[in-house]
Ligand binder design. Sequence first.
Ligand code: PLP
Length: 404
Amino acid sequence: MYDIKMVREDFPILSRKIYNRPLVYLDNGATTQKPRCVVEAMVDEYYNVNANVHRGVHFLSQQATDLHEQSRETVRAFINAQSAAEILFTRGTTESINLLAFCFGEAFVRTGDEIVVSTMEHHSNIVPWQMLCERKGARLRVIPMADDGTLLLEDYRALFNERTKIVCCTQVSNVLGTVNPVKEIIGEAHRRGVPVLIDGAQSTPHFPVDVQELDCDFFAFSGHKIYGPTGVGVLYGKEEWLEKLPPYQGGGEMIKNVSFERTTYNELPYKFEAGTPDYVATHALARALDYVSALGMEQIYGHEQELTRYAMERLREVEGMRIFGPEEPHDAVVSFLVEGIHHLDMGTLLDRLGIAVRTGHHCAEPLMRRLGIEGTVRASFGLYNTKEEVDALVEGVKRVVKMF
Ligand code: PLP
């Protein structure tokens, strides 16, 4: 059973008071809080193990290397990749996508080629592709969106032509909570021989992900959004694709042999991992994945879905309330606006009540433009949030409405 009281005890920060009120942390889409086991793993490694990985013959270096490589295996199992060689450690989703845009672009994108993204992408799944387009004289094509916040798949199919090189789409919108039919999106691309990158930043923390089942070619996510540390993330790539890509950065670790005349590159995944990795963070990320796996991703999904439904239902009690995104399937993010109240005012006043929400464009300006708004107030849920916290949010919103 999902014992929320016990779960919350694993997160010391949740007992903090903000302006003398209990903290209600509803900004999990931006980053999640960390359970003790994650922080303790980091402290323990720095106190007792710390040594650079892969290079040393000495005991500590080997122990640190084992922890780092076992973490890669934990990530592999968590997303069900076929092999640990397909798991690249990066600094986060943003770096994962930049890596792919650079390497894929170098190998496969030429003048006149096209790259498909969707209307609801985070800037980190737009700008790296745009930069690639500028470098190569290629162009972005955009999957349009219906008013309810779902992608228009007929229009998506119509975007393909012989110049389409890759499709890049988020699994869950960080603004709308839309869960995109990525399996169908991938299937459509594969029928035309086009590979697909899925941005899993907002999906991996909330429900089970199986990259083999999805059959995506690339998949990116961030450690800090799934109760792990900042500064570490993952790019999954099918081995057959990664083998075809040139390296990203040059330096130590990514090489086999170096001479002034010629350098040969290391095998996967090291070819893409120049320099000393954040091995303490990779280890702590693995502990975070163990933590959510022990709770059960299905259980987390069930709990958060209940909260999301409850929040949408209760927020609708507020006059002038507009909730964005589709009714179903809708993940643990609720974006809203109340008529006549600026999102920034709402966020600032909720903060005074100890309620942490996010306001603004959520790094999705093209989506804001499509919706004809400047920004929203966004409450995003994590595995430790409660119905009482949703009640606090709703009462807070009502109080702000009264003030206006
Ligand atoms: N993609 C989506 C859908 C996101 O929500 C975010 C962060 O909010 C990112 C990418 C970028 O993640 P990071 O800042 O961890 O690299």
